[in-house]
Design a protein around this ligand. Structure first.
Ligand code: PLP
Ligand code: COI
Length: 354
């Protein structure tokens, strides 16, 4: 697969693999030995390289630092029973990468280059793909503007890079979340659907405020009235209401999650009714009060399927039934996990072999 992309590979002479404790993999802190780097100059992508992971040297004037012209993706690679490695639906991330690029006024990257760069990097670092249950190799492709220019204008040069990290679970326990009614993550006409760094920067202050109140995460609502549910900070959100899987339909304020799409397709296959539409805060609170809302959970690459145990709204806490007994989300998590580790047939053809 990787032979058709001309990549110069320089391997490290000082691998950190043997010093890495694979029994303790905090999310996003341990990096594999290599990284992928490419340059965009004179209107084309060039200089495809895999080099030892390390610091970068740049002008302090590069526009991504000043005006935030940068975005990223997130996907994972999994070790199979036979020792081979797969990534999960990488072309979906490639597609979204280019949606983000367009909105941030940055160059698109051919989908094959995106997928092949990842395949080549994971291939070089395949011994970094962990094997313990719940672990995987998290893959972080990203692009940033590199023109050393302080005028507000799209850069003419960019870097595309990929890092990988062996990781365990992102969330270690069911979440206590707050329905946010003051701050917004994104607004109509904005760029909430892009995986732009600025969306995450803007979410930090409200998230820290919620943390002080004892919450783990926020459920964002629409910027206009705070009357409709949008998504979680790092995942899409789903609810089981009277046996129907209810989730906000995607729009320009919401990231179109790959895991969201995957879980919806599984629900369809299992004959579980699915309702994708605008979901009001009012109906969620009513469902929590009446007991018709039996499950709430986040779905995302890092988050996988993470149960919500408690929802806070306007000073009230609503507790959900024991997440350990939540039928749909437990089945979704198990099926997703088994598929990605190759323990059950990949009926949808979602695994992409490296
Ligand atoms: N929404 C936000 C804001 C996210 O950061 C993520 C994580 O990537 C998601 C949703 C879920 O998307 P995906 O399932 O493609 O990882
Ligand atoms: C992912 O799930 O890939 C994400 O991007 C979440 C991340 C912000 C930790």
């Amino acid at each position: 697969m990787t032979d058709t992309l001309d990549i110069k590979i320089t391997k490290t002479t000082a691998s950190r693999l043997s010093q890495t404790d694979f029994s303790d993999l905090p999310f996003g802190k341990i990096f594999s030995d290599h990284m992928f780097v490419a340059d965009y100059e004179d209107g084309e992508w060039k200089n495809f390289q895999i080099v030892p992971f390390g610091d970068l040297g740049f002008s302090p004037a590069i526009s991504s630092l000043h005006y935030g012209q940068t975005f990223f993706e997130g996907l994972k690679a999994f070790k199979q029973q036979d020792g081979s490695v797969v990534t999960f639906r990488p072309y979906k991330n490639a597609e979204r990468f280019n949606k983000s690029a367009e909105r941030m006024c940055m160059p698109s990257l051919p989908e094959d280059i995106f997928v092949k760069s990842i395949a080549a990097l994971v291939d070089v670092d395949r011994d970094w793909v962990p094997t313990a249950p719940q672990t995987s190799l998290y893959i972080r492709p990203f692009m940033f503007a590199t023109d050393p220019y302080l005028g507000v204008a799209p850069s003419k040069t960019y870097k595309y890079m990929v890092l990988t990290c062996p990781v365990g679970a992102y969330f270690s326990k069911p979440l206590k979340v707050k329905i946010e009614t003051k701050y917004s993550r994104s607004s109509e006409g904005g760029f909430g659907y892009a995986k732009a760094a600025g969306n995450y920067a803007g979410s930090l202050f409200p998230a820290m405020e919620a943390l002080k109140e004892g919450f783990d995460q926020l459920i964002w609502t629409d910027a206009k009235d705070h009357a409709f549910i949008e998504e979680l900070g790092a995942a899409n959100v789903m609810f089981m209401v009277n046996g129907t899987l209810v989730t906000p339909s995607t729009r320009d304020t919401i990231l179109k999650g790959v895991t969201r799409d995957t879980v919806l397709q599984l629900a369809n296959k299992w004959g579980v009714p699915v309702d994708e539409r605008r979901v009001s805060v009012e109906e969620i609170v009513e469902g929590l009060k009446s007991g018709s809302l039996t499950e709430a959970f986040g779905v995302g690459t890092a988050a996988t399927v993470t149960s919500i145990a408690t929802i806070g709204y306007e000073g009230q806490l609503y507790h959900l039934p024991d997440p350990a007994k939540a039928e749909f989300s437990t089945k979704a998590l198990k099926t997703l996990t088994d598929m990605r580790y190759g323990l059950v047939p990949d009926d949808f053809g979602w695994n992409y072999k490296i």
